[in-house]
Design a protein around this ligand. Structure first.
Ligand SMILES: Nc1ncnc2c1ncn2[C@@H]1O[C@H](COP(=O)(O)OP(=O)(O)O)[C@@H](O)[C@H]1O
Ligand SMILES: [Mg+2]
Length: 440
């Protein structure tokens, strides 16, 4: 391992250890509540006998990240269920079962234990049995994006359904699940961060909240009293552009114009190469008819710079290049530098094979979650974590063209001038994000 590898590995171990220590301390001490904000109190009490809105059919909480929605809603949901029903089935869903267990269930179990509820987690059935005194209820865990959950939910009768991060689930799952709530007095519970105003959840649920008899609450980070000003400032610094508006300001807004509007040649383009010790990685967006784009990236443990690029457009030259020729061009780009691996467009199976056949470099399929990748890249640009050597002309050109598709109801980029942009996103999302994880 190089020095950088060792350093990063040590930092990573430190963080994993700290996170594990935090969770085990929480387990020992029970959940340490901070005072609830007024909004959180509304979420916690709207169904109580004294509440003027107790007869409504459900509740929606949307708004900024880390604003205390999930914590207050998950707890309130189970308290409502336990106070209103006995021997009934309830549903709880996250984007996936795994993300629900990580983000919601761990803390929910602690909170319930601190309120003297007995919780049995039947992991293999994704079933939580919650009891207190003579009351017992059954909470089934679903993942909106898990296919098996979509099958399982079809046969069940529910007295309530809680959707955490509902905007990340398919509409069909939410319709299925709400359709199963046939027990008298059943209620729907939703929370999410904003997305496009044309998103199905905004149009079909939030905009129709009154008609559907749903309580609607909007959260900002100030509604979470457990966050210090310093932590809030850190979150604010993590997002930019449309993601800032949605995740920090909590506004449902369209992604429009240039995707990387924060790219600024004065700030991000350099006429010098990085100095000192570096880790080298290449990232590739593969194309035969479409352009082929590869970038050589240097990372010094804090920042990364794309030092040079290889861009080939067969439409411009009229000559197609085969995989072997592209591979040789990448070898030229690398020269005698020691490259950790080449990250490749996951759909380019033939090119991954071509790299493996030579046995000189390790090929790695890129993680291709477009929106998450773009969000991470915007943050890196905004914080000056990535920069470009002025030789990367095709990349700099694409930054001025790569745009959101305004015709689409969802966040979609126009599939044009996107080759260097895709290869940079692969680098940021598959490699750099992991190397820098400890900073977030
Ligand atoms: N009343 C509270 N007491 C202690 N911690 C809280 C409280 N409210 C929120 N938190 C903590 O703040 C963080 C963000 O809350 P969360 O409910 O996950 O926000 P959101 O769902 O809006 O993103 C979590 O770590 C959560 O445990
Ligand atoms: Mg949440």
């Amino acid at each position: 391992m190089s020095d950088i590898d060792t350093r990063i590995e040590n930092i990573r171990k430190g963080i994993t250890k700290r996170a594990a220590a935090m969770k085990s301390k929480a387990k020992k001490q029970g959940f340490q509540f901070k005072p609830f904000s007024t909004k959180q109190k509304k979420v916690l009490t709207w169904w109580c006998p004294a509440s003027p809105v107790k007869d409504m059919d459900g509740i929606i909480a949307d708004g900024a990240i880390r604003s205390g929605k999930t914590l207050s809603m998950s707890l309130s949901y189970v308290l409502w269920a336990m106070n209103s029903f006995n021997q009934q089935n309830f549903g709880m869903a996250g984007k996936t079962i795994g993300s629900f267990r990580r983000n919601v269930l761990f803390w929910l179990k602690l909170m319930l234990a601190s309120r003297k509820y007995t919780v049995i987690d039947k992991r293999s059935d994704n079933l939580l049995i919650v009891s207190k005194g003579n009351t017992v209820n059954y909470f089934y865990i679903f993942g909106g994006k898990d296919e098996r959950s979509q099958d399982l939910i079809q046969g069940i009768t529910l007295a309530g359904m809680f959707f955490d991060e509902v905007a990340l689930m398919p509409e069909s799952f939410v319709n299925q699940a709400t359709g199963r709530c046939s027990v008298d007095g059943s209620k729907y519970w939703f929370n999410c961060n904003p997305d496009s105003p044309r998103h199905w959840f905004k149009v079909n649920w939030i905009d129709k909240a009154e008609e559907k008899r749903l309580v609607y609450l909007h959260f900002t980070m100030d509604d979470n009293l457990s966050l210090s000003e310093r932590i809030k400032a850190r979150y604010r610094g993590m997002y930019v552009g449309v993601f800032f508006k949605r995740y920090i300001e909590g506004i449902w807004c369209v992604a429009e114009g240039l995707v990387y509007s924060m790219f600024d040649e004065d700030r991000h383009v350099k006429d010098t190469h990085m100095t000192g010790e570096k880790e080298w990685v290449v990232s590739v967006d593969y194309g035969t008819v479409n352009p082929f784009a590869a970038g050589l990236w240097a990372f010094d443990g804090r920042r990364a710079q794309k030092e040079s690029e290889y861009y080939y457009d067969s439409k411009e030259t009229g000559i197609r290049r085969d995989d072997e020729t592209h591979y040789q061009e990448i070898c030229k780009l690398i020269g005698d530098r020691k490259v950790s691996f080449i990250i490749v467009d996951p759909s380019a199976a033939s090119f991954i094979e071509a790299i493996k056949k030579h046995g000189k470099y390790i090929a790695k399929g890129a993680e291709n979650d477009v929106l998450d990748g773009i969000r991470v890249q915007t943050t890196f640009l905004n914080r000056g974590i990535i920069s470009y050597h002025e030789d990367c002309e095709a990349t700099i050109n694409e930054y001025g063209l790569y745009s959101w598709d305004m015709e689409s109801p969802e966040d979609v980029v126009i599939k044009e001038f996107d080759h260097c942009m895709d290869s940079d996103r692969y680098y940021c999302y598959t490699f750099l994000r992991r190397r820098l994880r400890w900073k977030y």
